[in-house]
Design a protein around this ligand. Sequence first.
Ligand SMILES: [Zn+2]
Length: 298
Amino acid sequence: MEIIPVDDHITAIDHNLLGIPGVGVSYLVRGESAALIETGTSPTVPHTLAGLERLGVRPEQIDHIICTHVHMDHAGGAGYLAAALPRASVYIHSMSIEHLADPARLMASVRRAVGEEAWALHGDVKPIPVERLRPAEQLRLDLGRDVVLEAIATPGHSPDHLSYWDRRSGGLFIGDAAGLVMDRWGLYFPVTPVPTYNLRAHRDTIAMLRAQSIPRIYVTHHGPHDDVDLQLSRAHERLEELVGLVDAALDDGAPDVDALAARYLPYPDDGPAATVARSWSRMSVAGMIRYELKQRQA
Ligand SMILES: [Zn+2]
């Protein structure tokens, strides 16, 4: 676990997602009350709780657990976090509330999407009592001391994807809407996963974000970034690169996911982030193939 100071009211806790640093964070946002944005997976929860303890935050001081979308590295830890943070409500898009109340279908879908190698690192998902779950798409949370969080729809990566403005800094908790910005591992690409990826919505989301002159993005994978124009234009370029690779392979016949993933994201076989890179790259190629095939069949 690492504590990353971000702003006077925002702190990132690197919770060792998939067993390595530099991959995933939860953000602690503090006004008079406190919110945690993103939960990591269940195995990250002890690290997040250790981070809160080191920061002097008691479990009953967290009132809100806020997820950008239902993927397990963003919401999978919500059940164990909610159990440890007794006063907190859990916020996610209403279309995903049922998956946190009853995670069985979600887990089967994630297992197919991420592959067996990475699946072993994801842990289980603890169901959340329905009365603690809240719809997030209209969320406006005033935490006190001028700290206000507001939801904005950023679909594409997933249909339920929301990002959250931090009105005090002007920054945006962007989740996966603009892809990975993992400086420690040199990984920069938009993740376009099976089964619900939507290219048209993702393009619209990236264009909408690029039009806004956002001063700072708080990326879940990983950390705060002030070079927002660079990150968004890189996400746009890498996305179009993937579209080109997949379209050419589909034109040629049956596309080979592993071969395309290796071309899209050349990455050495060993090294701590290789599992992450391979899994997320394959998942992205497979998601783009599925989307483009559906478009061609329509
Ligand atoms: Zn995701």
